[in-house]
Design a binder for this molecule. Structure first.
Ligand code: SAM
Length: 207
């Protein structure tokens, strides 16, 4: 999703809107330094797990119905997709309570983050900005990204499509606004595509 290199894994990473994913648990086990932020971390692990159980059948049904909107190369079936999500959730849950005590899982929300300027080298944000284009307008995207660029020197966002699977209507305006503010913005293809057409990330950094 983010075209991460081996060198990137050595950076101070921030994951925004990480939810019940295993990125933090796996990277920490590899010796990496990562903090995940999500409002859902105000809840305990059992509540987060219960929420997954409550929605997983609906997600499976939705993906079966909209099968053509996904690329079935790496993940071969809707059932395998849910199994993989569950495996990620289980890895997350094993790590969560201890990681929360150590400050690796922080309950907070964009556009205001509880970190000092330059606390991170790289912030990554998957399946939140641009995907939720119907929730956040272009201005809210710019405010969120400005805040991310305050705490991290580089930000990568994936994907650039909206919930309908169409290119987000905000990507152009966000790129132009941040470029006008002096940031270097590029849109790059990445080697990951599960939602059809979702194979690009936005990279933003100070000039
Ligand atoms: C679709 S999930 C993506 C989870 C994970 N990044 C992934 O790709 O599997 C979107 C996540 O964004 C979180 N979220 C919603 N509003 C947010 C905000 N204002 N700031 C940070 N995270 C937010 C939600 O709680 C949810 O966990």
């Amino acid at each position: 999703m983010f075209a991460l290199s081996r060198e990137d894994f050595a950076l101070r990473l921030l994951g925004i809107g990480d939810g019940p994913a295993s990125f933090n648990a796996e990277l920490t086990a590899m010796g990496g330094r990562v903090v995940s932020v999500d409002p859902v971390y105000a809840f305990g692990g059992s509540q987060i797990g219960a929420r997954f159980d409550a929605v997983s059948d609906d997600i499976l049904e939705m993906v079966r119905r909209d099968r053509d909107r996904f690329v079935w190369d790496d993940i071969r079936t809707p059932e395998e997709m849910v199994d993989r999500r569950r495996t990620a959730l289980e890895r997350f849950l094993v790590d969560y309570e201890g990681g929360r005590c150590r400050g690796r899982y922080v309950a907070a929300s964009l556009p205001a983050l509880p970190f000092s300027g330059g606390a991170f080298d790289l912030a990554v944000c998957s399946h939140l900005l641009f995907l939720y284009s119907h929730v956040f307008d272009a201005e809210a995207h710019v405010a969120a990204l400005r805040e991310l660029l305050r705490v991290a020197r580089e930000v990568r966002v994936f994907p650039l499509i909206d919930m309908e699977g169409a290119p987000s209507g905000h990507a152009g305006a966000v790129r132009d606004a941040l470029t006008a503010e002096g940031f270097r913005v590029s849109i790059e293809c990445v080697p990951y595509e599960f939602q059809r057409g979702a194979n690009q990330m936005m990279r933003i950094a100070a000039r």
